[in-house]
Ligand binder design. Structure first.
Ligand code: ZN
Length: 250
């Protein structure tokens, strides 16, 4: 049986048993100190020249992930499980193990990107090989891309209203951040991990002052971030109820 059929079957059987499909939401980074099992406490940040305030990726990922999870659970159609709920770092293997649950069908790791002149949401997925070693099947890669693109488009549906440059890019293959390959490697090693739809979702480039102006520092920024969370939650629920490529084919 093909992977996508397995994931769809898991979703259907879970619903038939009265159990909701589970989506795991991973708030990237967290805590302080040394890297923990390939997870760094923080990556992207924006120091505001105007207010002097520092906005850290680890805080933004937690805020957004909690709000997405709240809304997924509120939908009554899917269940969200978070890898962390406070400002602590979690090792990559522990993050992946959160998805070792009956009914788990998808895993999204929420991040914010950094490159001062760049714009736009993007999903990042595991390629068929990582550093020459088989890492993902062709069929699962296709599913991961469809999953990731559905989420980056959900972010774009909000961000484009506030910034014409904030356009989603097609899902990219993970080829440079070693911590990412570790997360996916741990995920795929789980009993049901090979059939999990998985991606990183990079919301926006927060060290770009043009992005920070509307996403972090503006009067409406907190409301915009909530709107992004609502759009991502809706896409996650839609995916959990009918996985992306099952809707377009068969
Ligand atoms: Zn990150």
């Amino acid at each position: 049986m093909r992977m996508k059929s397995v994931a769809l079957l898991v979703a259907i059987l879970s619903v038939a048993r009265g159990e909701l499909p589970i989506v795991v939401i991973d708030a990237g980074h967290g805590g302080s100190g040394a890297e923990l099992d390939h997870s760094s406490p923080n990556n992207a940040e924006f120091k505001s020249p105007r207010s002097g305030e520092t906005y850290s990726e680890k805080d933004l990922t937690l805020e957004l992930s909690k709000e997405i999870a709240r809304l997924v659970n509120e939908s009554g159609q899917a269940k969200a499980v978070l890898t962390r709920t406070s400002d602590v770092n979690v090792g990559m293997q522990a993050r992946a193990k959160t998805a070792d649950l009956p009914g788990a069908i998808a895993f999204v790791s929420i991040h914010f990107n950094s490159t001062p002149s760049a714009h736009g949401p993007v999903a990042v997925v595991q390629g068929e090989k990582y550093q020459g070693v088989p890492a993902n099947t062709a069929a699962q890669l296709k599913r991961d891309k469809a999953f990731g693109d559905s989420l980056s488009k959900a972010v774009e549906a909000v961000t484009l209203k506030y910034d014409p440059a904030s356009k989603a890019k097609p899902a990219q293959i993970f080829d440079r951040k070693p911590e990412g390959s570790h997360l996916f490697r741990y995920l795929r090693a789980l009993e049901r991990g090979k059939a999990l739809d998985a991606c990183f979702l990079e919301i926006e480039f927060i060290d770009n002052p043009k992005v920070a102006a509307w996403l972090l520092e503006g009067e409406s920024s907190a409301a915009i971030r909530k709107e992004i969370a609502a759009s991502v939650a809706k896409a996650l629920v839609e995916h959990a109820v009918a996985p992306a490529d099952a809707k377009s084919k068969e």
